[in-house]
Design a protein. Structure first.
Length: 76
């Protein structure tokens, strides 16, 4: 199941999980270790999430994710 973004391209579960990690303040290596993924996979997921959300930076992607209801700060 994927989560819709405002641009109409849904975020994959991996993209959403990695972006939520960024919202928690985790680094790519920390997200990779927690999710048992390669760091490159995490970086790619975050980069693709930024593109799908129309974000310029990771921080912007987190802000857009929160505003659009994709990231719940209580869960982050």
């Amino acid at each position: 199941m994927s989560t819709p973004s405002a641009l109409g391209q849904p975020l994959t579960p991996t993209q959403l999980e990695c972006l939520t990690g960024v919202a928690r303040g985790e680094t790519s290596p920390e997200i990779a270790a927690r999710t048992y993924r390669a760091r490159d996979t995490v970086d790619d997921a975050i980069r693709h999430a930024c593109t799908r959300l129309g974000a310029r930076t990771r921080a912007h992607a987190v802000a857009l994710g929160i505003t659009r209801g994709l990231i719940n700060l209580e869960d982050a």
